[in-house]
Write a protein that binds this ligand. Structure first.
Ligand SMILES: *Cc1c(COP(=O)(O)O)cnc(C)c1O
Length: 373
């Protein structure tokens, strides 16, 4: 191989989607495709999810919605896509109303200010406009705080011209074993939902989907689990979606006492063999992380990264592999069947989401199983 690449197995993603649908009692999940589909390519991911029956896709920003709409249009021959709603989590920022209306996307309305902007946009458009209502039930990030929800209940005219398709909230600790917060949020969500019965109800992200049927409501919103990340600590039921491979550039035999890399932070404690491979912090391989990091070489043998991570390069101690097993041009697996994303993330002191979204654009991305071919 010559170019670092990310291979994205959309058949595995589709399998994960079907498993999540099954876990959600057969209800069709939304697909979270924000941040370019968690770094794996929102267009191909969206096309495949839609082919699996998904009808609601969430992005964070308006420009992401435009990109997903474009990608779906290209696969279906029409600009609107096959009846797929694209929802923008950030909502409607001042001055973006017209563009949002024109894009055919729906905002997730996070406060009464956003609600008012969308109400005015509906009046200008002369027709009802679709939206989701996001209620905060304890995360204190985005979403209407309880007093705003109370005002909404007290004055339904605040929703004039708004076609509320989803009433939603977001769980803060669904992946934290033993946390009491999900149950608290569930109670609050039930209470506020009873007073705002419009559209469908949605609470669970990936980990929430695995908390049990009371968390499912009408619509679950999995993200990381679609992409192969473990929804909860423990055995991971999701299939690997992304495989990241980079080529070996150089192989050298060194003596004991050889200084390796910038700052000579590693000195070999024995005669060994080192491979320099084509990945660095510019590719999203975190520089500021612990020493215990591994890549898979040859037949999935784990070899440690030694010395500092450079911009475009890391050095790997391959002394444990047989003579001649490591050659320039052979692929080294950074992420994939031998390197689960959650393990890689733990070694780097972070979470799977950050590893995936940090994969730089300079990787070649290869999508297997894209309906657009
Ligand atoms: C990102 C996000 C999700 C998906 O979360 P995962 O933990 O990746 O499953 C669901 N809902 C909201 C509001 C989000 O921002």
């Amino acid at each position: 191989m010559t170019r670092p690449r990310v291979t994205i197995d959309l058949d595995a993603l589709a399998g994960n989607y079907r498993l999540l649908r099954q876990r959600a009692g057969g209800r069709t999940p939304a697909g979270m495709v924000k941040a370019d589909g968690y770094g794996l390519g929102a267009g191909p991911v969206a096309r495949r999810l839609v082919a699996e029956g998904c009808t609601r896709l969430f992005v964070a920003r308006l420009d992401e919605a435009l990109a997903v709409r474009h990608a779906l249009g290209a696969s279906t021959g029409g600009p609107e896509g096959p009846g797929v709603e694209i929802l923008v989590l950030d909502g409607v920022a001042p001055g973006t109303e017209e563009e949002l209306v024109a894009s055919g996307s729906s905002p997730v309305l996070n406060d009464l200010g956003q609600l008012e902007r969308w109400r005015r946009a509906a009046r200008s458009a002369g027709r009802p406009l679709p939206a989701a209502l996001h209620l905060d039930t304890g995360m204190t990030r985005l979403g209407m705080p309880p007093p705003e929800a109370d005002r909404l209940v007290a004055d339904p005219s605040l929703l004039d011209g708004i076609d509320v398709g989803i009433v939603m909230s977001h769980l803060a600790s669904a992946d934290v074993p033993g946390s009491g917060q999900p149950a608290e949020q569930l109670e609050r969500f039930r209470a506020v939902r009873a007073r705002l019965p419009q559209g469908v109800a949605s609470l669970a992200n990936s980990s929430g989907t695995f908390l049990g049927p009371e968390y499912h409501f009408d619509l679950v919103r999995p993200g990381i689990a679609l992409y192969g990340g473990a929804p909860r600590p423990g055995p991971n039921p999701m299939a690997t979606v992304a495989t990241v491979e980079v080529p070996v550039l150089q192989v050298q035999d060194v003596e004991a006492g050889t200084a390796v890399g910038y700052g000579a932070t590693h000195v070999t404690d024995r005669a060994t063999r080192l491979a320099t491979v084509a990945v660095g912090y510019a590719d999203g391989f975190p520089r500021a992380a612990g020493r215990d990091r591994f890549v898979a070489v040859g037949e999935g043998i784990l070899a440690p990264v030694v010395g500092r991570v450079s911009m475009d390069l890391v050095i790997v101690d391959v002394g444990a592999l047989p003579d001649g097993a490591v050659r320039p041009g052979m692929p080294v697996e950074l992420l994939g069947p031998n390197r689960p994303v959650d393990e890689v993330a733990a070694e780097a002191g972070t979470i799977a989401n950050e590893i995936l979204t940090g994969l730089s654009p300079r990787y070649q991305r290869i999508h297997l199983g894209d309906p657009a071919g």
